[in-house]
Design a protein around this ligand. Structure first.
Ligand code: UDP
Ligand code: MG
Length: 323
């Protein structure tokens, strides 16, 4: 029988993790012919999440858990999950029940038809503020214009990945991770299915605006160098325009003589150029900072505790017959 790992990053989720476990187990019970591993990654929670997971692990031999040494963020937590997942396929899910487990059987069906990356696209965003919706829409438009790999706005981490995809993503060891872009970057056969996103079942979202902006910058700087080119393009265009203006001024001075006016226009030009120079420096700085972090080449995470699933892999029918 094939083994499928359900990978769940969890940070301060004591209020929902029990409900999540119950709902998922119920769905898994109705999927015959597969073994499952429930792999929880406790991302340095400051509440009772780990103890709750351990309690379930004692009763349920399908549960594995990883306790990271501190809070590393969801992207790193997922990469720890990829490293330790045992399954022939991995289904990534949030712990807050925003990802309905009911569509796992559909994902598995498409996987069996030969797709390596069955991703779920949300069709409605219930309970999200309009400003978040608008900014995210604008952001993805911008990102899409500047990268040449498709990054889908409404498809997140809720997906089934064949072990081929997982092995590919495992090889991308950058510490500043934008996993959403990586799924596209590694390629393989993709299949889109749809789901309706529910509001968070309980607890609070861990995303605030500063964290979102950080992830947004990550997306741009790790998948495109376009902003760097933008400053060159701006530099060139401004040089050409200034040259034309220079010729104009020389001729004007020769014909009409010099006068001392022109203070406002000079001020405007100086301030404008100063602004552009600072922005360009900032862009270079963003990339430079990332180069700095990557060159340190640190391990992505440290693990405090790992509890592996206790189910012995059942031999498949063929092995039994030959014995
Ligand atoms: N998460 C995590 N580490 C973090 C922040 C979040 O592992 O530092 C997990 C969290 O427990 C949840 C998932 O990532 O399972 C999505 O987080 P959340 O629901 O807060 O984000 P949202 O759905 O609001 O984007
Ligand atoms: Mg959520």
């Amino acid at each position: 029988m094939k083994l499928i790992t359900i990978l769940v990053p969890a940070y301060n989720e004591e209020e929902v993790v029990g409900q999540f476990y119950k709902q998922v187990s119920q769905v898994l019970e109705n999927i015959p012919f597969y073994n499952f591993e429930l792999l929880f990654i406790n991302d340095g929670s400051k509440d009772n999440t780990l103890n709750i997971i351990k309690k379930y692990a004692e009763e349920d031999s399908r549960i594995s858990y990883i306790n990271l040494s501190r809070n590393y963020g969801k992207e790193i937590a997922m990469s720890a999950g990829f490293d330790y997942a045992k399954g022939d396929a991995v289904v990534i899910m949030d712990a807050d029940l925003q990802h309905p487990p009911e569509i796992i059987p559909e994902m598995i069906r498409w996987w069996e038809k030969g797709f390596d990356d069955v991703y779920a696209k949300r069709i409605k965003r219930k309970g999200e503020p309009w400003l978040k919706k608008l900014t995210s829409k604008m952001y993805y438009k911008l990102l899409q214009k500047t990268t040449n790999i498709p990054i889908l706005p409404d498809a997140g981490d809720f997906r089934l990945l064949d072990c081929r995809c997982v092995n590919a993503i495992k090889q991308l060891r950058e510490s500043q991770r934008y996993t959403k872009g990586m799924y596209s970057w590694v390629g393989f056969n993709k299949k889109e299915i749809e789901y309706e996103a529910a509001p968070r079942a309980a607890g609070e979202t861990k995303w605030n605006y500063s964290r979102l902006i950080e992830l947004a910058l990550e997306g741009i700087t790790s998948f495109t160098t376009f902003p760097l080119r933008l400053s060159s393009i701006l530099g060139f265009s401004i040089s050409i325009l200034s040259f034309i203006y220079l010729v104009f001024i020389i001729i004007k001075t020769l014909v009409y003589g010099a006068d001392t006016s022109g203070y406002p226009s000079m001020m405007v030009i100086i301030l404008f150029l100063g602004g552009i120079q600072l922005i360009s420096l900032g862009i270079i700085g963003e990339y430079l900072g990332r180069i700095f972090i990557e060159t340190k080449n640190r391990p992505l995470y440290f693990i405090d505790e790992y509890g592996s699933m206790k189910v012995e892999q059942k031999e498949n029918e063929y092995d039994k017959r030959t014995l």
